[in-house]
Design a protein around this ligand. Structure first.
Ligand SMILES: [Zn+2]
Length: 357
């Protein structure tokens, strides 16, 4: 139990959710210029038995709506039944950005750099404070759903401070193949919540402006796994085919301007020296070949194969040799309809991946 938790998870204003009850609540976060309230919707599910409280949030960056889609799937399609504890779904935290399909707030601030926020600070900081007080102060654990930034896509990966042992076991329960260990940027929801005493992980999956079926399936499976681990949902945790935990990643960048022929996709294991992309000029002349500097797994990729010197092309995660070998073997044994294999082909679908040559 989060000892610093100050608010009751099932009491929202005048409304009290009884055991087994569910319904809607909201957080008043700001006012529009014309004076109308700006509200963050919250869906409250209270299990019949007591247990922990978990928040699941989406669209803290207003254009990252895969998380919103995943929450919609959970509340509409009912992939699991809550038996204990309380679930708080916040499908759209940054309602301003969501309305305009933008990452940022109207004051051009990044809401995910403003937590825990301040009651007397900037517009974004006050909104962050309201969300933090109403959501994090009610919760024992958090799951914050994100995507890659604009013009990039991410193979699903969990980010969490793995030096926090409670958070580490929560993050492992999610069942992602890839966990990146970091505290997170200063002001991010996951970092501020974890430091407050509400261990919070973040899922980075897919790209902006889309609700991708594979990403939704991945996120729902992960949330369900976490809830099973906490005893809030019954069932078996679905384990990933392999698991890599690392804090080592680097971006491969283009040397020239021109067009790219991409040879690998997010989720692929790449060997040291393997050709990742060929940079060609507008007239088709080969300018350079980009190779992997180490064996690793492709975490993120550009979705626009037009580059200038320094453009980030592939984000690659590196891990211990034994872990990489296990990943290699596990991937080679997967059926095409396994979620990992489907994710890989889904994410590569709108980018042409060709064999080198
Ligand atoms: Zn984000």
């Amino acid at each position: 139990m989060n000892e610093r938790r100050r608010r009751c998870p099932w009491r929202w204003g005048d409304r009290e959710f009884a055991p087994g009850e569910e319904g809607e609540a909201h957080i008043d976060v700001s006012l529009r210029y014309v004076g109308e309230p700006v509200q963050v919707p919250v869906i409250v599910w209270r299990g019949k038995r007591d247990g922990p409280t978990v928040f699941v949030s989406g669209a803290v960056h207003g254009d990252e709506i895969n998380g919103t889609g995943a929450i919609r799937a959970m509340i509409y399609e009912r992939p699991f039944e809550l038996t204990a504890g309380t679930l708080l779904f916040a499908p759209v935290v940054n309602t301003h950005g969501f309305e305009r399909h933008e990452r940022y707030m109207p004051d051009r601030r990044d809401l995910n750099r403003c937590f825990p926020g301040s009651r007397s600070g900037s517009m974004a900081s006050r909104i962050a404070r309201r969300v933090f007080d109403e959501l994090v102060h009610r919760s024992d654990y958090g799951i914050d759903l994100h995507t890659a930034a604009v013009r990039r896509t991410n193979f699903p990966n969990v980010r969490a401070d793995m030096t926090n042992l409670t958070l580490a076991s929560f993050a492992r329960a999610f069942g992602a193949e890839l966990i990146l260990s970091s505290r997170g940027p200063r002001g991010s929801l996951r970092r501020a919540a974890t430091e407050f005493g509400c261990p919070t992980l973040c899922l980075e999956a897919g790209e902006v402006w889309k609700v991708e079926p594979g990403v939704v399936e991945y996120a729902v499976r992960g949330v369900r796994n976490c809830l099973i681990a906490l005893g809030m949902v019954e069932g078996e945790i679905e384990r990933p085919p392999f698991a890599i935990e690392t804090d080592a990643t680097s971006w491969t960048r283009s040397k020239h301007a021109g067009f790219l022929r991409l040879h690998v996709a997010p989720g692929d294991v790449v060997e040291r020296g393997q050709l990742l992309a060929t940079n060609i000029s507008l007239t088709g002349k080969r300018l350079s070949r980009l190779k992997a500097v180490r064996k690793g797994i492709v975490l993120g990729a550009t979705t626009i194969p037009v580059v200038a010197p320094g453009t980030a092309i592939f984000n690659i995660a590196y891990a211990k040799h034994g872990d990489m070998m296990r990943a290699d073997r596990a991937i080679s044994r997967l059926d095409d309809d396994h979620l990992h294999a489907r994710m890989r082909s889904d994410l590569a679908r709108n980018v042409r991946i060709v064999k080198p040559g």
